[in-house]
Design a protein around this ligand. Structure first.
Ligand code: Q0Z
Length: 288
């Protein structure tokens, strides 16, 4: 992959790249790659990286009074974010408003999730009475290890941990209400925070995108089983229909499924931002 503007490549995620622009600034570039069941599919989804970049920037702009964030600017390509370089806290802040994924697994085994005792009798995908923070350490992607809040506070330092966890809960309250009013359930979401050179805790990475969150269609929400993913269900169902065993490599995806999936991402963008995706493509700064 070429180095944008002579920037220094620092790291690759499953679907994003990170470059240093200078000592204080980074460039995050979101690709169109898509993962399902923790496997990157060989077929990209056109504009997926732009949808996620624009959505994340939308949320950064609307939540800056809740907690300051790393966003400085967007690139004209719509898939690049210029951001402040932070000292990242070594913990992911997962906020869950619904019982799904690892929290449903842990609840069934023990009645607790990351040290939070939950009431008896909950069913899969139930809404929790109060959202909870379930921290995880950043291990190999897809294999993050859930830890207790006490363990997370010890890793981050008590004061930055408390600031970040309160911000995470406030961000989830804001975003889940916004999404629900537009027909999307924000079941859970993962935030990453860092500290700037003045010691200020800031929101970093990407925020409140389908890759960092579970988005469910609100109209079909029904606790008592798993919920379809707003963005990925169509491509997941296709992949499983081929007899794929969920190991790498995944199947190539036909054009109709690619275009249907792109449509789901664009629909999520437009519902949540109330900005046309065509307007975003013409000028990404419309989300700021
Ligand atoms: C984010 C990641 C990606 C691979 C480092 N503002 C920041 N300051 C310092 N570090 C980061 C950030 Cl966002 C940072 N990651 C996650 C992103 C590709 C890994 F695009 N790693």
């Amino acid at each position: 992959m070429s180095e944008p503007g002579g920037a220094t490549h620092l790291a690759s995620g499953k679907v994003r790249e990170i470059y240093a622009l200078d000592d204080d600034r980074l460039l995050l570039v979101a690709s169109d790659r898509i993962s399902t069941f923790d496997v990157i599919l060989p077929t990209p989804i056109p504009d997926k990286g732009r949808v996620l970049t624009g959505m994340s920037a939308f949320w950064f702009t609307r939540t800056s009074a809740i907690v300051p964030n790393h966003l400085l600017d967007l690139g004209d390509d719509g898939r690049s974010t210029i951001c402040r370089r932070l000292e990242m806290l070594p913990v992911e802040f997962v906020v869950r408003g619904y019982l799904s994924g690892s929290s449903w697994v842990d609840y069934q085994a023990s009645g607790t999730v990351c040290g939070h005792a939950l009431p008896d009798g909950l069913v899969e995908s139930d809404r929790l009475r109060e959202p909870i923070v379930t921290p995880a350490t950043k291990a190999e992607e897809g294999h993050d290890l859930n830890i207790t809040e006490a363990e997370a506070a010890a890793l981050c330092g008590a004061e930055p941990y408390e600031t970040a966890r309160e911000a995470a809960l406030a961000l989830y309250a804001f975003a889940s209400a916004h999404a629900e009013a537009r027909g999307i359930v924000l079941a859970d979401t993962k935030f990453e925070f860092g500290v700037d050179p003045d010691g200020v805790v800031m929101l970093g990475d990407e925020a409140l995108t389908p890759d960092s969150s579970r988005f469910w269609p609100g109209d079909s929400y029904a606790p008592g089983g798993p919920q379809p993913s707003f963005d990925k269900q169509y491509v997941r169902d296709y992949c499983l229909s081929t007899g794929w065993d969920r190991t790498d490599p995944g199947p190539e995806v036909p054009d109709d499924v690619v275009h249907g999936t792109r449509g789901r991402y664009v629909d999520a963008f437009e519902r949540l931002t109330e900005i046309s995706f065509a307007a975003y493509l013409s000028d990404p700064k419309v989300v700021l």
